[in-house]
Design a protein around this ligand. Structure first.
Ligand SMILES: CC(C)(COP(=O)(O)OP(=O)(O)OC[C@H]1O[C@@H](n2cnc3c(N)ncnc32)[C@H](O)[C@@H]1OP(=O)(O)O)[C@@H](O)C(=O)NCCC(=O)NCCS
Length: 207
């Protein structure tokens, strides 16, 4: 996905500008954990997961989640054939400025044995009111409604944080993600000269 393997900047981090020293008016370090993102939801098979904001302690769970993904799912998520998540990316994915970006996990299990079943995020473009959407659900948990729930929650909280527009890149042969995007009101257009589609949606900030 563009926030990780950015076709234009060559790096996921450059889209945030952190290491470039660009001041981001939306960055307010030390924002408290958004407890109100947490909710329990039921999936189509009757099982339940907890949706909540990701936290730094989730790093090992995230690595395990990634390691269990099929190559196809990894490719659809990152638009690249990744074999492992670099440590720097794990940090980027789990250490979140909660006032600026939205990053959610769907977890199942109890404190003794908990695992991640899906991840959704909208990372704000530096200094802007738009962001980049990415979502991924464990292979054996796809088709149960979790992807939709994660995207809907991400959108709701992104609007709450003042974002007005969300975009994303989806492989042209990723019918499931394109269908989900259309159902959630994203406009879809082909990116010229690539095998990708751009999806975008304006956010309702009134609610
Ligand atoms: C795309 C993805 C996130 C969707 O999550 P999901 O949990 O499988 O999807 P859901 O069960 O919420 O279904 C959402 C929509 O997808 C479509 N869908 C679901 N299962 C499908 C299937 N087997 N075939 C075709 N479309 C399907 C439907 O449009 C569905 O809408 P509905 O609920 O009205 O029927 C998930 O498949 C995934 O992780 N794919 C790999 C990573 C990826 O492609 N990410 C997107 C780009 S970042």
């Amino acid at each position: 996905m563009k926030d990780v393997v950015d076709k234009r900047t060559g790096s996921h981090e450059e889209t945030r500008g952190d290491h470039l020293g660009i001041p981001d008016p939306f960055a307010r370090f030390g924002a408290s954990y958004p407890d109100h993102f947490t909710r329990k939801v039921f999936l189509a098979d009757g099982s339940s997961v907890t949706i909540r904001a990701i936290k730094p302690e989730d790093a090992p769970l995230l690595v395990r989640f990634f390691e269990a993904l099929s190559p196809q799912t990894v490719f659809f998520r990152f638009l690249a054939h990744l074999k492992a998540l670099p440590n720097q990316w794990v940090k980027y994915f789990t250490v979140i400025e909660y006032d600026r970006d939205v990053a959610l996990v769907a977890t199942r299990g109890n404190e003794e044995s908990v695992h991640i079943e899906g991840v959704g995020r909208i990372m704000r473009h530096t200094g802007a009111t738009d962001g980049e959407l990415a979502v991924v659900v464990a292979d054996d948990r796809q088709g149960l409604g979790l992807g939709r729930i994660l995207v809907e929650d991400c959108i709701r909280y992104a609007a709450e944080l003042g974002m007005r527009r969300v975009e994303g890149l989806i492989a042209r042969d990723n019918g499931r993600a394109l269908s989900l995007a259309e159902k959630l009101g994203f406009s879809v257009s082909r990116e010229a000269g690539t095998d990708l589609c751009e999806v975008e949606r304006r956010l309702d900030t009134t609610g």
